[in-house]
Design a binder for this molecule. Structure first.
Ligand code: ADP
Ligand code: MG
Length: 298
């Protein structure tokens, strides 16, 4: 297998008493979109800062591209936006990006290509100072893409944007990902991660709560909504199921959580054999939001 783009092992960062990053490990593989999800102050920006060599780690390891090159060399293949976009206000979008090309030794033809990706080609001759925050953010993404990086890193890319601006940025992220660029983004927004990421690292107080695929975020398979004419008997029988985790009753329905994967037919058969006839059976998956709340509550 190809070596990971980024490997983080048992990373720690302390700011005095604050343990901002507490034993974080993560592997980033080509072609995926990774989210670091967590409330404000959970260590997302610190983690990104460390791997981008702008924050010193306290302990732990990380390496880029299998450790085959020095960090400063590796970072030439990384595009990152970790601060508010900053360009020259009186220069146009085109001029600002050409300046970046000049500094980094990139062919100017890349400017047009990247402005197209972020939907700013029609505004290439407008001065930066006339741009909305969303357009500034899109210009920053274009700038980070100029050298065709292996991976694009974004810290809270939609913060402060209006709904339309948020939508545009998310579309651009999906477009870039579909073209094969690996993405790592930090966000405190569940629905952002759910909408654009394939993998997620959930952090709270610097600690990992979950690390894996977005659609496998809960190890619980979900839950069943059940109803029968005799609720009490249904509850009693469910309590005898060896895989049952918990039960609650809401609006006449019994909600049953199981520890393991159980399919609807199997459960129905189990209940029928115990004399229970269901008049309602639905298997539901926890939404990412429910899963996230469940994780962060523990
Ligand atoms: P997030 O990006 O998830 O909001 P941060 O990585 O910015 O979280 O912060 C994690 C923790 O580290 C917070 O408690 C924050 O106050 C603290 N922290 C971040 N940067 C510094 C710093 N330069 N000095 C002291 N504490 C810091
Ligand atoms: Mg942050």
């Amino acid at each position: 297998m190809e070596s990971p783009i980024l490997t983080i092992k048992n990373l720690h960062k302390r700011y005095g008493k604050v343990h901002a990053v507490n034993d974080v490990s993560l592997e980033i593989h080509k072609g995926n979109v990774y989210g670091i999800l967590g409330p404000n102050g959970s260590g997302k920006s610190t983690t990104l800062g460390i791997v981008l060599n702008v924050v010193n780690k306290t302990s732990g390891e990380y390496n880029w591209f299998g450790g085959t090159m020095a960090t400063h060399e590796a970072l030439k293949k990384v595009g990152a936006i970790i601060e508010r976009p900053n360009f020259y206000p009186y220069m146009t979008a085109q001029e600002n990006l050409e300046l970046v090309c000049k500094i980094k030794g990139i062919n100017y033809s890349k400017v047009k290509e990247k402005l197209e990706i972020v939907g700013l080609i029609d505004r290439k001759d407008s001065k930066f100072k006339t741009f909305s925050l969303g357009m500034k953010q899109r210009l920053a993404i274009a700038s980070a893409l100029l050298n065709d990086p292996e991976i694009l890193i974004l810290d809270e890319p939609t913060n402060g944007l209006d709904p339309q601006g948020i939508h545009q940025i998310r579309d651009i992220i999906r477009l870039i990902a579909s073209q094969g660029t690996t993405i790592l983004l930090a966000s405190h927004l569940l629905d952002e991660v759910e909408k654009v990421c394939s993998h997620v690292l959930v952090l709270r107080f610097g600690e990992i709560l979950y690390n894996g695929k977005v659609d496998e975020m809960s190890n619980k398979s979900g839950y069943f909504e059940l109803q029968s004419n005799d609720s009490q008997r249904l509850i009693e029988v469910l309590k005898n199921h060896t895989e049952l985790e918990s039960i609650k009753e809401t609006e006449g329905k019994i909600i049953a959580y199981f520890k393991a994967q159980i399919d609807a037919t199997e459960l129905n058969k189990f209940l029928f054999e115990k004399g229970i006839i269901l008049n309602h059976l639905v298997k539901r998956k926890l939404s990412l939001e429910e899963q996230f709340l469940e994780l962060t509550n523990q």
